[in-house]
Ligand binder design. Sequence first.
Ligand SMILES: [Zn+2]
Length: 168
Amino acid sequence: MEKENMQQIYSVEADSYDCIGCAIAKGELTPPGGTIYESRNIVLAADPEVPIPGFLIITGRRHVNSFSMLYKEEWMEIGEVISKAERAIKNLGLAQEITLVQEERSKHFHIWIFPTKDWMIEKFGRGVSSLRDISRYAMENATGSDWEEVEEAVREIRAEFYKGNYEY
Ligand SMILES: [Zn+2]
């Protein structure tokens, strides 16, 4: 695949599904660099639309929109995966600070694991209110090498994710 076209291809793919969450959950949409972790409950992968290394999404397998609709097995696993993903991101130096977002207005349950980086603080500030501007900026300024960095980060996070022998 031509690296310059990767950003468009991922975005076009993402736009072409009725529910991008279901597309990821069913394996119809391959996220950048492939999945990091998956089980019968959830998929952990890089965001397919916003090229920020270390920006991950947990997507539920089921088409529901709320934490309150998850089975205990699902939300317990989500907690474990968030903990491991955050530690991997921080151990790799991809961010010192993480912002988690889950919006019920999205019809398919997913959680953003959003890394705060120095350039984001300098340009847009910290916290939830800055995430939309940061995402838009990253998408508008995306290059093929940005997507290569995302894929490289996925490889590193995957290795770190499985390396950690965490106790819960
Ligand atoms: Zn869905």
